[in-house]
Design a protein around this ligand. Structure first.
Ligand code: MN
Length: 189
């Protein structure tokens, strides 16, 4: 059985960048529904490794929804530190600078048509790159390790930002948990 993880901070603690009501609905209702559906669909009680290979679209949607959201809560923080260490070195060498990385990542997130995610991933050859994923497709289903990701489904921002996805993305940079991003990078090496 999969379980909905608690948010690692209070629902209102990402204010003013992400509002409390959005966080409550997003975590409790949206993520909660992915977990409930996944448990209902997983009638054979398969483990994560087997489920990641599933070609059943309903499993892909709900497993991806669970994995992506569990990841997403962790890469945000009410008290983020500035990027540093090995992940910053890798970002600088891959994207030239932190500013250029943020621009390229934001552009990926802006140009997803419809619902999906933008990810910074590490591929099996340990290289960093940016990916757009439609719906709840998870990097783990493609053998890649997610390092940072942003949810650009409208449910992630519509209450506060309505159609202004660019404003949401810009605000979101203020709550990126670079400590966790650094840990994700080190774990992937
Ligand atoms: Mn979402």
């Amino acid at each position: 059985m999969f379980a909905l993880p608690d948010l690692p901070y209070a629902y209102n603690s990402l204010e003013p960048y992400i509002d409390e009501e959005t966080m409550r609905i997003h975590h409790d209702k949206h993520h909660g529904a992915y977990v409930d559906n996944l448990n209902k669909l997983n009638t054979q009680n398969l483990g994560l490794e087997e489920l990641l290979k599933s070609t059943d679209q309903k499993i892909i949607n709900n497993l991806g929804g669970h994995l992506n959201h569990s990841f997403f809560w962790e890469v945000m923080s009410p008290n983020p530190n500035a990027p540093s260490g090995k992940v910053l070195e890798a970002i600088n060498s891959t994207f030239e600078s932190l500013e250029k990385f943020k621009e390229a990542f934001s552009e990926k997130a802006m140009t997803i048509f419809g619902s999906g995610w933008a990810f910074l991933i590490m591929s099996p050859d340990k290289k960093l790159s940016l990916k757009r994923h439609s719906f709840q497709n998870s990097p783990l289903m493609h053998g890649n390790i997610p390092i940072l990701g942003i949810d650009v489904w409208e449910h992630a921002y519509y209450l506060k930002y309505q159609n202004r996805r660019a404003d949401y993305i810009q605000a979101w940079w203020n709550v990126v948990n670079w400590t966790k991003v650094g840990e994700n990078f080190i774990k992937g090496l």
